[in-house]
Design a protein around this ligand. Sequence first.
Ligand SMILES: Nc1ncnc2c1ncn2[C@@H]1O[C@H](COP(=O)(O)OP(=O)(O)OP(=O)(O)O)[C@@H](O)[C@H]1O
Ligand SMILES: [Mg+2]
Length: 237
Amino acid sequence: MMLKVDNVCVSYGKAKALKGVSIEVRQGEAVAVIGSNGSGKTTLLNAIVNVVNKSGRVSFLDKDITNTKTYKIMRMGMAYLPDRRTVFADLSVYDNLIIAAFSKIKSGVQGYFKNESKEIFEMFPNLKDKLYLKAGLLSGGEQQMLSLAQLLLRKPRFIMLDEPSAGLSPKLVKQLFDIIVFMKESGFTVLVVEQNVNKTVKVADRVYVLKNGVITDTGNSEDFQDELRIKRAYFGG
Ligand SMILES: Nc1ncnc2c1ncn2[C@@H]1O[C@H](COP(=O)(O)OP(=O)(O)OP(=O)(O)O)[C@@H](O)[C@H]1O
Ligand SMILES: [Mg+2]
């Protein structure tokens, strides 16, 4: 099992953000957690990487990581795209990519970049044209794509994405979901939390619906093409 979240609860003061959430992600799967604003999606990812206090258990690659330090979890091969951009605004796109990949570079930086950048530029053609521009001058959507490129260069085993389509133009949203499909086809395991229900359900293998800190429905994504089922899970009744 890639990831197992077992009966996780998180409270902020008196407010309960997660009330006993259990989910599983198997190797090679793309799993989606869909839920509206405030349902607890970001809290769930933060609980997995141990940046908020929680009860319950989390295991990654069959090892208990409930109390493991965040950087150690990352070292085990987990990557996390948070709901804000992670680029260094004053550095060029090129430098941002090199920094992200640094631990993977064994000898020369230029040789490494020549080899590894082909695939990245196929996925993110915008970045190729703007390689020597300061990352802070990219559009919000382009910065989001750069964050994703950074994450892929680290060659993680498991990728968690927090609302990657938020704030993107329709064209970039389409590109983003194509990239998620590409990740899956390349053998990455993906957990994505999203509000964009229709698009997310199309690229995921399995879906969980999170509402007010509780998983209210789960199943294969085919079963979630049915809008009524999503509405019921979202709004109850
Ligand atoms: N640091 C915090 N302190 C207090 N309450 C918080 C904190 N972070 C989140 N919450 C509350 O916990 C609940 C879940 O928040 P969370 O950010 O996990 O939701 P979300 O599903 O990611 O929402 P969104 O789609 O808007 O990003 C919300 O009611 C939110 O107000
Ligand atoms: Mg969130």
